[in-house]
Design a protein. Structure first.
Length: 271
């Protein structure tokens, strides 16, 4: 049974421009299932330097980092784990007695999902997006053996920079492009103006062999729904969110939950 919150309770948190509920529900559910004296809370901030100082000063054990802070947070930390140093992007901070180390569990989650997929590493891919998460995905693709690909981004500077960093091509738009592996790393398909939009044209979806969307909510985006209808294997953003949150949980607590406990927490987080 989880102890009641008291002076010895350890706090973990997240920082995002638009905080969601998945991480809080996932971590707190695992604390409950495992009887751990932790609590997790999502925050936003307009003062990143002060927020990171608070993590250090208050002994907050860990912090998940979301856009737009994944790169801006780096100068405020004491060091980087290789997972973050390789791509200059942080999504997780671990506080060891005031020493803050940045990690990137997005990278490890995508790499593990690619390893478990049937995607052909000798075939090209199209990755739509150029932000911090796109950098993690592009690095995971490169390190998983995908040598040929195109980064699609309307922002030419960001798109060319990301493509050049990993030796891929750049394009401004997905129109007319096809590849066996399609990866969406944009908000297209999330709630809002683009909730019903397809990240890739129907003809590209029909021609692909694997569809991968990092959007976690909803788990079934229009892109993935169309890919499933066309009989294509898919990798979901919900899978990414679960694996990266699990890696954070282990970093913070040193405890590895069972598969059943992880499945329980992921289902609870979706609720």
């Amino acid at each position: 049974m989880k102890p009641p919150i008291g002076r010895d309770t350890r706090l973990c948190m997240s920082l995002a421009a638009r905080p969601g509920n998945f991480g809080s529900r996932f971590h707190n559910r695992l604390y409950e299932l495992l009887g751990l004296d932790y609590v997790y809370k999502a925050f936003t901030t307009t003062d990143l330097t002060a927020a990171i100082g608070g993590i250090r000063a208050l002994g907050i054990r860990g912090c998940a980092i979301s856009m737009p802070f994944k790169e801006a947070v780096i100068p405020l930390l004491d060091g980087l784990d290789p997972s973050a140093a390789a791509i200059d992007s942080v999504n997780t901070i671990v506080n060891d007695d005031g020493v803050l180390t940045g990690h990137n569990t997005d990278y490890s989650a995508v790499r593990d999902l690619l390893a478990a997929s049937d995607a052909d590493r000798a075939a090209p891919f199209i990755l739509r997006g150029s932000g911090g998460m796109a950098k993690a995905v592009a690095a995971a693709l490169r390190d998983s053996g995908f040598a040929t690909g195109t980064i699609v981004a309307r922002n030419e500077g960001a798109g060319r920079a990301l493509a050049g960093l990993y030796g891929y091509d750049w394009a401004a738009d997905v129109a007319g492009l096809t590849a066996p592996l399609l990866v969406n790393v944009t908000p297209i398909g999330m709630a809002g103006a683009d909730a019903d939009a397809l990240a890739f044209p129907p003809e590209a979806i029909a021609a692909c062999a694997t569809a991968f969307d990092v959007v976690a909510i909803p788990a079934e985006t229009p892109f993935l729904i169309a890919a499933r209808a066309a009989g294509k294997p898919v990798v979901t953003g919900e899978q990414v969110a679960t694996l990266q949150a699990l890696a954070q949980f282990v970093l913070y607590t040193g405890v590895t939950p069972t598969k059943a406990q992880v499945a329980d927490a992921a289902a609870f987080a979706r609720g």
